[in-house]
Design a protein around this ligand. Structure first.
Ligand SMILES: Cc1ncc(COP(=O)(O)O)c(C=O)c1O
Length: 386
């Protein structure tokens, strides 16, 4: 069997006149993306000198991208000019690009393929969506940006919260107009975490204890209530009113007792409940308010003369990104709040009940990991596991 040559990937070649004449290509150089195959041909992309044009399908190539050899000048990698080159069409090897450069090229190239795939597989039979048009309930409306973002994230192969989480949390909080967004693995988990955050001893007298009561509605979503029961608090069910299917605020007083600590209810099917009345009631009786906003992302409510998104008025609010909802991550949810202490408590519960944690992929960002005394544990016990 013929022995395969390796060591071509990442190399930059000047092309043979013969190749240039026969192919009518407008570039003189090529970058090998892979090793020669059985046929002795390798996958390459075209490289040329800059001609003043730049598009996202072109990547500049300069001296800092090179680990061996030299460039004749600054060049441009043409991601869309892909072809197969035989070894005898190479004039000479000029340089080798570094791993970062090769990775960038392969990533961009994959994304361009993903975009083409979208056009063939998904766009072909779709009507295009125009802003302002009605979107059928639970329909999948997406375009090449979603497909390429999904593939881009898959290429990182970072399977827990990663760079897209950080970007999303900041952008989502900014969209709603709240200070913090903490992503979770579902809307139900977001409800659980928001509720559990309120059971922390760090809240002192305000914390919800087992046996305390939480006002909620008799006809609602199961996981708005499940966390209350799971913890051992008591849901006090009040009725809804028609036609909104939201809480009947006239019954709030009936549901109130000395043990009431919170109200946890959803904006049903995207229709805001009477936030003004419910919030006033909470303020008057010193109750926590959790808005289950899983059904209502984007709904607005006129609050104190200002149109605000639902999910921004209670102490905390939750979102779901399960596919039938307004935006989706496949699975996913979030807890949103303006309160730094509540954000910290929610994230502590989310991250296995830890006292302190670092952004994913980082270590000892607080610099106190091995410097503290915790109760009767040995001095300098690893803070990450407290
Ligand atoms: C009001 C409400 N709360 C909570 C959830 C749970 O969200 P998830 O399905 O992401 O767990 C849903 C589901 O869409 C919901 O409609």
């Amino acid at each position: 069997m013929k022995k395969r040559t390796v060591g071509y990937r990442g190399k930059l070649f000047r092309l043979e006149e013969r190749f240039l004449r026969s192919s009518r290509q407008k570039f003189q150089f090529a970058l090998a993306l892979g090793e020669p195959r059985e046929s002795d041909e390798m996958e390459c992309i075209g490289v040329c000198e800059p001609n003043g044009k730049t598009t996202e399908k072109m990547i500049p190539l300069t001296g800092k991208d090179i680990i061996e050899g030299e460039l004749p000048a600054d060049l441009v990698l043409l991601l869309e000019k892909k072809f197969f080159l035989s070894k005898d069409e190479i004039n000479h090897v000029m340089a080798k690009v570094n791993g970062d450069c090769l990775e960038k090229v392969l990533r961009q190239h994959t994304l361009i393929c993903a975009e083409k795939y979208y056009e063939v597989k998904h766009k072909r039979n779709r009507e295009t969506f125009n802003l302002g048009e009605r979107i059928p309930y639970a329909a999948r409306i997406f375009d090449e940006k979603e497909i390429t973002a999904l593939v881009d994230s898959a290429l990182d192969f970072w399977l827990t919260t990663g760079r897209y989480t950080t970007l999303f949390e900041a952008a989502f909080a900014n969209f709603l107009g709240v200070r913090y967004c903490s992503l979770t693995n579902s809307g139900s988990s977001a409800n659980l975490l928001a509720f559990m955050g309120l059971t922390s001893p760090k809240l002192g007298y305000g914390k919800i204890c087992r046996g305390d009561e939480v006002i909620t509605v008799a006809a609602g979503f199961p996981t708005t209530v499940a966390s209350i029961l799971q913890y051992g608090a008591v849901p006090v069910f009040v009725d809804i009113s028609l036609p909104t299917y939201n809480i009947d605020c006239d019954q709030l007083e009936v549901g109130l007792s000395e043990k009431t600590k919170a109200i946890m209810i959803a904006h049903t099917l995207g229709n805001p409940f009477d936030l003004r009345k419910v919030k006033e009631f909470c303020d008057q009786h010193n109750l926590w308010l959790i808005e289950d906003n899983c059904d209502a992302l984007g709904a607005k409510y006129l609050y104190n003369g200002e149109w605000k998104y639902t999910g921004t008025i209670g102490h905390m609010a939750t979102s779901s990104f399960y596919p039938p909802n307004h935006i989706t991550m496949g699975e996913g949810g979030a807890v949103n709040t303006n309160d730094p202490q509540l954000k910290r408590l929610v994230e502590s519960f989310r991250d296995w009940g830890r006292d302190c944690w670092c952004p994913t992929g980082h270590d000892n960002t607080c610099t106190h990991r091995f410097k503290q005394q915790f109760g009767e544990l040995p001095f300098a016990y690893d803070h990450k596991y407290v």
